[in-house]
Design a protein around this ligand. Structure first.
Ligand SMILES: C[S@@+](CC[C@H](N)C(=O)[O-])C[C@H]1O[C@@H](n2cnc3c(N)ncnc32)[C@H](O)[C@@H]1O
Length: 166
């Protein structure tokens, strides 16, 4: 999967940004964010979400070429080449964790969710989305329900978005 996203890296935004911004709008409306907060975007792609949230943004993604599309953020150490299954941050680091249309690509969703909980502060707000049509959509939702307290479930055009807390 990482290889696929590296291959389409230079055209990713042209192909997907508009559609993804609609999901970010739904997410932003429901999160309580202020500029002192730290936000982690797991499976951030080219990290265009960085310009969308007014707070301290960090992103991780295993596809280095996608991150390189946002070179300034990469060299400013806001983006890291890393997988959700091994998040390179300390425990209790983040106020907000989002993962937009990425969970269906993870190698080990359960491990990734445990990692997200580990790096989240007790009060962390989570917005986790995945493709409705993904083969593993049911399993992903079951894993999230088993590990988080669900606050709201939204079905948008292509994704299921779950808003949750620890
Ligand atoms: C459909 S894209 C979504 C990217 C971005 N969130 C957006 O809204 O445009 C899926 C992303 O999941 C990433 N991904 C694949 N496996 C991953 C893993 N194990 N951990 C974190 N991200 C992963 C891919 O590299 C890709 O950037």
């Amino acid at each position: 999967m990482g290889t696929y996203y590296n291959t389409i890296a230079s055209s990713y935004d042209a192909l997907h940004k508009e559609e993804q911004l609609q999901k970010l709008a739904i997410i932003k409306k429901r999160l309580k964010i202020d500029d002192s907060m730290k936000l982690l975007d797991v499976g951030c792609g080219t990290a265009f979400a960085k310009d969308y949230f007014d707070c301290e943004y960090y992103g991780i993604d295993p596809a280095e070429k996608l991150l390189k599309q946002n070179y300034l953020a990469l060299i400013n150490k806001r983006l890291f080449v890393a997988s959700a299954e091994k998040i390179p941050f300390d425990d209790d680091s983040f106020d907000i964790i989002i993962s937009v249309t990425s969970l269906q690509n993870f190698d080990d969703v359960a491990k990734a969710l445990i990692e997200m909980k580990r790096v989240a502060k007790e009060t962390c707000q989570f917005a986790l989305s995945f493709l409705k049509k993904a083969n593993n959509a049911k399993e992903i939702e079951k894993e999230i329900i088993g590990k988080f307290a669900i606050l709201e479930r939204i079905e948008e055009k292509k994704d299921i978005i779950l808003f949750c807390k620890k």
